[in-house]
Design a protein around this ligand. Structure first.
Ligand SMILES: C[S@@+](CC[C@H](N)C(=O)[O-])C[C@H]1O[C@@H](n2cnc3c(N)ncnc32)[C@H](O)[C@@H]1O
Length: 336
């Protein structure tokens, strides 16, 4: 009988004995509000020691995504629903998703099927890395002071995954054409889906290519967040990372094979005066050690994140022999 069912849910959600369903007069159940379930969900996530870092910083953020999904509300709608009572079915759904999050360590973005990047919603699943790049801040600042985005006709997002970086650029810079490149046909399927969902199909093209191998033409701006995690390092990452495609994370030669191939090749695809922005995240020190004679200009972020360096086309040409030296010494022929 439904009444008992609701009581069982109460027990599931109340590992800390918090009453999620109150019994006021007689046996009439009063279902918990969105605010009640918000708090109880946080209380359930916090002691579980799940890893945050897949586009969110803490339990509160994950629960916001969870409730937006279950209640089918946007962020503003969720805020307004604070005192709304949840249904038994909604509570059960929250419970089931939290169980998967805690027991299987599946990142919340995969469970709810979307992630927010640069203020835009992207559909994500296990075919793509969950968006979390500090490129969002760079986009917000219009790539200043290096680039005049109004003068950029065509930009390329190398290793695009869900398309988040290139599509955010296309969204915020309405005169820009974007080419999104990835080696994974699965990732490109999703990038195409996101392109359509954001209404950007007229200015965005998706291209399957192993780095620049199928790219033609020249671009005023290239952005890249390639895989940069060393194989051994990858095996030691929190369990949440095992749900992401390994090819989105792992790169040979201490993680630097793909980033340094991009450094070695990008100049050929940049217009005169063009720029490359390359992310290597927390492996910024590794890139410095791999290229000890190359001055690296790192961007400082005020919203968190690290490890994006910027190169003019001229500097990419100037230091090309250093990039090639590293590749010759550390990256086997078939990887080049
Ligand atoms: C770190 S993820 C970045 C995804 C997205 N740009 C983001 O910031 O969320 C790296 C992406 O590079 C792609 N990739 C891996 N090897 C590649 C290669 N050789 N050429 C092109 N893309 C590659 C992966 O499929 C993955 O989508």
């Amino acid at each position: 009988m439904p009444f008992q069912h609701i009581q069982r849910l109460t027990v599931d959600l109340n590992h800390k004995n918090r009453h999620c369903i109150l019994f006021l007069s007689g046996a009439k159940p009063v279902l918990p509000t969105v605010a009640d379930i918000f708090k109880q969900s946080i209380d359930r996530l916090q002691p579980a020691e799940v890893f945050y870092g897949h586009g969110v910083a803490e339990a509160e953020d994950e629960v916001v995504l969870l409730l937006m999904h279950v209640l089918q509300l946007d962020f503003a709608g969720l805020n307004r629903a604070h005192d709304q009572r949840m249904t038994a079915a909604q509570i059960q759904r929250v419970d089931a998703l939290l169980t998967q999050r805690v027991e299987q360590r599946i990142p919340m973005a995969y469970l709810v099927g979307f992630s927010v990047f640069a203020g835009l919603s992207f559909v994500v699943d296990q075919r793509v890395l969950i968006p979390r790049s500090p490129f969002a801040e760079l986009i917000d600042q219009g790539f200043a002071p290096w680039v005049d985005v109004a003068a950029v006709n065509h930009a390329l997002d190398m290793c695009t995954g869900s398309g988040c970086i290139g599509l955010a650029m296309a969204h915020y810079f309405p005169t820009m054409q974007l080419t999104l490149v990835d080696l994974s046909p699965d990732a490109l399927d999703l990038a195409r889906h996101n392109t359509k969902a954001l209404g950007l199909s007229d200015r965005v093209q998706c291209l399957e290519s192993d780095l620049f191998s199928h790219v033609s033409g020249q671009f005023d701006l290239i952005v890249a967040n390639p895989p940069y995690v060393d194989e051994q390092e990858y095996r030691a990452l929190p369990a949440e990372f095992s749900h992401e495609p390994a090819m989105a994370l792992v790169s040979a030669a201490q993680g630097m094979a793909l980033p340094i191939q991009i450094l070695a090749q990008a100049a050929d695809y940049l217009t005169a005066g063009g720029y490359l922005f390359l992310e290597v995240g927390y492996n910024d020190g590794v890139l410095e050690r791999c290229l000890p004679t190359v001055p690296l200009e790192w961007i400082e972020f005020s919203l968190g994140g690290q490890g994006i360096c910027v190169f003019s086309r001229d500097d990419l040409l100037k230091y090309r022999s250093e990039f090639n030296q590293f590749l010759q010494a550390h990256v086997s022929q078939h990887l080049r």
